[in-house]
Ligand binder design. Structure first.
Ligand SMILES: *[C@@H]1O[C@H](CO)[C@@H](O)[C@H](O)[C@H]1NC(C)=O
Ligand SMILES: *[C@@H]1O[C@H](CO)[C@@H](O)[C@H](O)[C@H]1NC(C)=O
Length: 293
């Protein structure tokens, strides 16, 4: 397995890292006000939907020797992180079991595409290789956005790199800063934490998932049925469905036309939906006919 694995893995990481570039335009103004102090409380209800056994069935290879994240993304770490986001898979308006399962499947699918070590003919299929990576390999830069840095709010620390780390491949100073502030770690001074502490790693991914970035809604609102498209959204076909979460995460690169990465996200979503017993995956699985934000 080792032989075919490495070159394909490199291709996979190049493909998934391409998505980081889009973060350049994410609006970092005012995030501080949106997130500060949220997500502190906890009753975790997730384990009733996602048992440890099902988690293991999804991520068949995450602890393989070939995966750089071997041993990192434990079920316990995921539950601990999710305990800080009680709305995840459980908020008002989507208390029915199918909607809750759909959101969990969608989240796990998106982080799987971001961290996949799979390839077309991989053992157990390409969608059994999520959570194989925890850190971007060979980052092309330190992802210090000059405009955000000179504005001082999210100034880059000396010799620190804000390349992709964790399940959602958090990247750029203007994401590490707000994530650290919302979650209580030093995002700008200690970005390494995201690839060293699995609970923080999952927290950054859930924080990204739960947080709206106007004009983008949160992925959570989309999957929970809380999203209401405005006129511009309607004209851009940005209606609710799994495809819209892809648009939110990496639409500038993957939407409005066919894209293998966007297809990969759907592949993971279908597989996880089956594992979780989702009856209806919902409409608009892809974003090929949506305009990006
Ligand atoms: C940054 O790294 C360079 C080269 O390794 C080193 O010379 C410099 O002292 C470092 N600066 C800080 C503030 O750590
Ligand atoms: C919206 O979707 C329809 C049907 O798939 C398509 O014909 C149309 O071009 C799409 N609009 C945009 C703005 O992409």
């Amino acid at each position: 397995m080792a032989r075919p694995f490495l070159p394909l893995v490199l291709l996979a990481i190049i493909a998934s890292n391409a998505g980081l570039a889009e973060a350049a335009w994410w609006d970092w103004h005012g995030w501080r006000h949106v997130f500060r102090g949220r997500y502190r409380r906890a009753p975790p209800q997730l384990s009733s939907i996602l048992t440890e056994k099902l988690y293991g069935a999804m991520f068949l290879h995450k602890d393989d020797a070939a995966c750089p994240a071997k041993g990192f993304y434990s079920y316990a770490a995921f539950l601990r992180a999710a305990a800080r986001f009680p709305g995840f898979g459980a908020s008002a308006g989507h208390d029915d079991a199918d909607t809750r399962r759909r959101e969990v499947a969608a989240f796990l699918a998106q982080i799987s595409q971001e961290t996949t070590g799979g390839w077309a003919t991989a053992p157990d299929g390409p969608y059994s290789w999520g959570l194989c990576f925890k850190e971007e390999l060979n980052p092309p830069s330190s992802y210090c956005d000059a405009a955000a840095a000179t504005n001082t709010q999210w100034a880059c620390a000396a010799n620190k790199s804000y390349h992709g780390r964790g399940p959602m491949q958090l990247s750029w100073n203007y994401n590490y800063g707000p994530a650290g502030e919302a979650l209580g770690f030093d995002g700008l001074g200690s970005p390494e934490t995201v690839a060293e502490d699995p609970v923080v790693a999952f927290e950054t991914a859930l924080w990204f998932w739960m947080t709206p970035r106007p004009p983008k809604p949160s992925c959570h609102d989309v999957m929970a049925g809380l999203y209401v498209p405005d006129e511009r959204d309607a004209a851009a076909n940005r209606t609710a469905g799994f495809g819209l979460t892809t648009n939110i995460i990496n639409g500038g690169i993957e939407c409005n036309g066919g894209d293998a990465r966007a297809d990969g996200r759907v592949g993971f979503y279908r597989r996880y939906g089956r594992i979780l017993g989702v009856r209806d995956l919902g409409p608009n699985l892809d974003c090929a006919h949506q305009l990006p934000y």
